[in-house]
Design a protein around this ligand. Structure first.
Ligand SMILES: Nc1ncnc2c1ncn2[C@@H]1O[C@H](COP(=O)(O)OP(=O)(O)OP(=O)(O)O)[C@@H](O)[C@H]1O
Ligand SMILES: [Mg+2]
Length: 500
C-alpha cells in the first residue's frame, strides 16, 4: 500500500490520489471449511486463507446473509473481489467474495456478551500486577506532553498477548508512525518467532493529514477490530490519541456552525465517546467462537490538566485508568503511571486468572504491596514537613519498602533487553522477593536492629537489580534470592541477639 502510494505521488501524498486500500490483483489461496449444500448462518466461517505465517484469516459469511450453499470453490487462488461461494438466501442466490464491506460507524453484530475475566498480558509490571486490563476491556492513558503515552502504547503493541494489534496514529507526529513501521518488522513475536508486523495493522492519520479522515480513523480501526473479533480472535486496539480525534470533531462541528458546549467541543462529544468505547468487549461471535476487542486510548489533555472534558468523559467510560504523572516523567522515572492516580475496575475479574495461572497467593501479595505504597504516600507529606529522621523505625521501614517497590518493581525500562517484558510469573516472584525482604525486616526490626544495618545487606543490591539480571527463562534464580534474604536476615538477627 505504502509502496504503491509512493510510486504514484512520492514521499508526500498529493490531493486526489486514489488507491484501493486492499490489493485487488493479488491472489490468495482459499481453503474451504464447509461443503456445498450445507446450511450457513451469518458469520459462519466459510474457509481460511493463510494471510501471513503468523495469522490465519477466517473468511466469514457476511452479516445478514444465510441459507444453503449452492457452491463453494476450493483449493485455488482467488482475488479478494472474486466470488468464492454462492448462498441461496430467502431473497434469491447471493454470491460471496472474500472482500466484505461494513459502515464504520455501526457496531458489527454478535451473539452475546461474555464476562471479560482473562488478563491481557502486557509484560508491564505496573499494569499487569497493579492495574490490570482484561481481554475485551477498555483503558485510558492520560498524560501531559512527553510523559510516555506513546512509548506505553508501543510497549503494549509489542508485547501484549492479543492475536491482532490495531495501531491508530490519530493526529500525532509522523515520525512516531515511522518509528513503528521501522521497529516492528525487526521485532519477533515471542510465542511464534515471526516478525510482529505480521499481526499488526496500522492506520496512519498523522497531524498533517485531513481532519475528516482523522475523525473517521478511530471508527475504521474499531470496525477492523470487530471484523477480526468475529473470527474468534483477541484484538487489541491502540489509539494515539483520542484527544486529537476530539479536536477533529470540534473543528468539524465548528464548521457546521453547531452550538459549542464545554471548551468548544460539541454537546455530543460524550455520547460519541461512549459509543466508541461501547464497541469494546468480549463476545460470543456469530461463528460461535469467542473473541474480544480491547481498546487502549491515549489522552493528551492540554497542559496535563485532567479536569478537561475529553479526560473526564474518558474516565466515565473506561474501566482502567493509567494516569501518567509529569513529576515522575521529568525525574526520568518510567513508566510514569502513578499508583495514586490510576485504577483498574478489572481487579476482581482477573483475580481468578492470576490465582489459577500463576499463584494462589497473588491477591494477598498485591494487596500488601498496595498498602505499603499508600502508607508511604501519606508518610511522604509528613517527611516533607519534618524530615525522615524524625519518624520511628517502623515508619521509616515503610518508606524503605515503598522505595524498593518503586525502584525494583514498578520502574521498568522499555529499552532494556531483559526488563522490557516480564512474564506474569516473573512479576509475581519479584513481588514475593520484595515483600519477603520487607516482612523479614519488619520482624527483626523489633529486636532494635538499626535500619541502616538492614539497608547495608548485600542482598538488597541484588533485589534492586533483579529486574535486569534475571530473565524470563531463568526464574529458578528467584529461589536462590529468597534463600539469601532468609540467610542474611537470620544472620543479622543472631548478631543482634548476641549483643543483647
Ligand atoms: N517505559 C519507558 N522506558 C524508558 N523511557 C521511556 C518510557 N516511557 C517514556 N520514556 C521516555 O519518555 C520520552 C517521551 O515519551 P513519549 O513520546 O511516549 O511521550 P508522549 O506522552 O507520547 O508525548 P507527546 O504528548 O509529546 O506525544 C521517550 O522518548 C522516552 O525517552
Ligand atoms: Mg506521543
Amino acid at each position: 500500500m505504502l509502496k504503491q502510494l509512493y510510486e504514484q505521488s512520492g514521499s508526500f501524498i498529493h490531493k486526489g490520489v486514489k488507491l484501493w486500500p486492499l490489493d485487488r490483483e493479488k491472489k490468495w489461496g482459499f481453503i474451504p471449511q464447509v461443503k456445498a449444500g450445507q446450511y450457513v448462518n451469518q458469520g459462519s466461517i466459510l474457509g481460511i486463507v493463510l494471510e501471513t505465517p503468523l495469522f490465519e484469516h477466517r473468511i466469514p459469511v457476511p452479516p445478514q446473509i444465510e441459507g444453503n450453499l449452492n457452491y463453494i470453490h476450493g483449493g485455488g487462488k482467488y482475488a479478494i473481489d472474486e466470488p468464492i461461494a454462492e448462498i441461496q438466501t430467502a431473497s434469491g442466490p447471493r454470491e460471496v467474495m472474500m472482500l466484505q464491506r461494513w459502515p464504520v460507524r455501526l457496531a458489527r453484530p454478535y451473539l452475546r456478551r461474555l464476562i471479560p475475566n482473562e488478563l491481557l498480558i502486557t509484560g508491564q509490571r505496573v499494569i499487569d500486577t497493579f492495574f490490570p486490563l482484561v481481554k475485551g476491556g477498555t483503558a485510558g492513558i492520560p498524560g501531559g506532553f512527553g510523559t510516555g503515552k506513546t512509548i506505553t502504547q508501543h510497549q503494549l503493541s509489542k508485547w501484549c498477548d492479543a492475536d491482532i494489534i490495531i495501531y491508530i496514529g490519530c493526529g500525532e507526529r509522523g515520525n512516531e508512525m515511522t518509528g513503528v513501521l521501522t521497529d516492528f518488522p525487526k521485532l519477533m513475536d515471542l510465542k511464534r518467532g515471526r516478525p510482529l508486523m505480521e499481526r499488526t495493522i496500522m492506520i496512519a492519520n498523522t497531524s498533517d493529514m485531513p481532519l475528516a479522515a482523522r475523525e473517521t480513523s478511530i471508527y475504521t480501526g474499531i470496525t477492523i477490530a470487530e471484523y477480526y473479533r468475529d473470527m474468534g480472535y483477541d484484538v487489541a486496539l491502540m489509539a494515539d490519541s483520542i484527544s486529537r480525534w476530539a479536536e477533529a470533531l470540534r473543528e468539524i462541528s465548528g464548521r457546521l456552525e453547531e452550538m459549542p458546549a464545554e471548551e468548544g467541543f460539541p454537546a455530543y462529544l460524550a455520547s460519541r465517546l461512549a459509543k466508541f468505547y461501547e464497541r469494546a468487549g468480549r463476545v460470543k461471535a456469530l461463528c460461535g467462537k469467542s473473541g474480544s476487542v480491547s481498546t487502549i486510548c491515549a489522552v493528551s489533555p492540554p497542559g496535563g490538566d485532567f479536569s478537561e472534558p475529553v479526560t473526564q468523559h474518558t474516565k466515565r467510560f473506561v474501566r482502567c485508568f493509567w494516569g501518567l504523572n509529569k513529576g515522575l516523567a521529568s525525574a526520568r522515572y518510567f513508566p510514569a503511571i502513578h499508583y495514586m492516580e490510576s485504577y483498574s475496575e478489572y481487579l476482581d475479574l482477573v483475580q481468578g486468572w492470576w490465582q489459577r495461572e500463576v499463584d494462589p497467593e497473588w491477591k494477598i501479595l498485591r494487596d500488601e504491596a498496595m498498602q505499603i505504597l499508600q502508607q508511604d504516600y501519606k508518610l511522604q507529606r509528613i517527611v516533607k514537613l519534618i524530615g525522615e529522621d524524625a519518624l520511628p523505625d517502623h515508619q521509616r521501614l515503610v518508606l524503605e519498602g515503598a522505595k524498593l517497590l518503586k525502584n525494583a518493581f514498578l520502574q521498568q525500562n522499555a529499552f532494556d533487553e531483559i526488563d522490557m517484558f516480564a512474564v506474569p510469573k516473573k512479576q509475581f516472584l519479584m513481588l514475593k522477593i520484595i515483600l519477603r525482604f520487607y516482612d523479614r525486616a519488619k520482624e527483626i526490626i523489633k529486636f532494635h536492629i538499626p535500619l541502616n544495618s538492614i539497608r547495608e545487606l548485600n542482598v538488597l543490591n541484588k533485589i534492586n537489580r533483579m529486574k535486569e539480571k534475571i530473565s524470563n527463562e531463568s526464574l529458578a534464580q528467584f529461589d536462590l534470592l529468597l534463600r539469601q534474604i532468609d540467610n542474611e536476615m537470620n544472620e543479622l538477627e543472631k548478631e543482634s541477639r548476641a549483643v543483647l
